[in-house]
Design a protein around this ligand. Structure first.
Ligand code: LIP
Length: 274
């Protein structure tokens, strides 16, 4: 692999994630400069931008041939293209609304993809000190301890993660609320962490049994895809086919059986691709 083995990539990104985590931890309960993106509840702060710059400059100095897809670079107009090249897919602060409010479900999500498949996944919540890591074929870990997704196969016994999302598009909101109305009466419980990556980390940890969302972006799920699968879970399209990381649609679960029960109950929504 040009400029850097996977081992070197892993060591470098782990240190950069910890360096970036200090910024998030130090600033979550301080005053922030808040800007709006696609709508008045799609927010970005100076910390989102600074963390993304720290990660991209650190990684590109070690691996100059690597490519990048970053949430804030994309928002600033950079094209969002996934090729076969080694590509770092970064959400600098996933759960920005939580960060703005000082609600500690925030994380830095970094995936390294090569040949359009995940090689390294890092989801780091520096406020609660939860570091989720995975390398292809090597299992998933939280703070260095091996983790495993749940073995739950029945929706009626499942803790389901759902998100309302940041879109205020009436058509999208209608689908979100129809799905919640359909599912709340038939599952054990529903929860929303406000961060796609943290939701996926909870499925990998076995602390929740499934999570789906329409409207997320590649940077929200690029790390969680590997972390869930290396913990023994499944990640797929919410209509049941293979996951397409650029489709802005995702369903993950501890077991294929649970995913199979969930899929037909979902009203589908097809956002514009990344
Ligand atoms: C968030 C996602 C969350 C989704 C929000 C938002 P951000 O990412 O993690 O799942 O429901 O709408 O997209 O914007 O905080 O990086």
């Amino acid at each position: 692999m040009a400029d850097g083995s996977m081992d070197e990539c892993y060591q470098v990104v782990l240190q950069l994630a910890k360096d970036a985590g200090k910024l998030v931890r130090d600033r979550i309960w301080k005053k922030k400069d808040i800007e709006f993106k696609s709508c008045e509840v799609d927010l970005v702060t100076e910390t989102d931008k600074e963390v993304e710059k720290l990660l991209i400059s650190g990684l590109s100095s070690h691996f100059p041939s690597h490519k990048f897809i970053g949430e804030e670079a994309t928002a600033a107009g950079e094209k969002c293209v996934l090729t076969d090249d080694p590509t770092w897919i970064i959400d600098p602060v996933d759960g920005t609304m939580n960060f703005v409010h000082g609600f500690p479900n925030v994380c830095i999500s970094i995936g390294l993809w090569k040949n359009k498949a995940a090689e390294i996944g890092i989801i780091y919540n520096p406020v609660l000190e939860q570091l989720f890591t995975a390398r292809k074929g090597q299992g998933s870990y939280m703070n260095g301890t091996r983790i495993h997704a749940s073995k739950e196969t029945e929706l009626s016994k499942a803790l389901l993660l759902v998100e309302m999302g940041t879109s205020r598009d009436p058509e999208k909101l209608k689908v979100v609320l129809e799905n919640v109305t359909e599912l709340v009466p038939i599952v054990h419980g529903t929860r929303s962490l406000g961060s796609a990556a943290m939701n996926m980390a909870m499925v990998a940890l076995g602390a929740a049994d499934a999570y789906y969302e329409f409207g997320i972006h590649a940077w929200d799920i690029a790390a969680g895809d590997l972390i869930v699968r290396e913990a023994g879970g499944v990640c797929l399209d919410p209509a049941g086919g293979p996951l397409d990381v650029m489709s802005r649609r995702m369903l993950c679960a501890g077991t294929q059986s649970l995913a199979n029960e969930l899929v037909p109950k979902l009203k589908q929504y097809y956002p514009e691709r990344d």
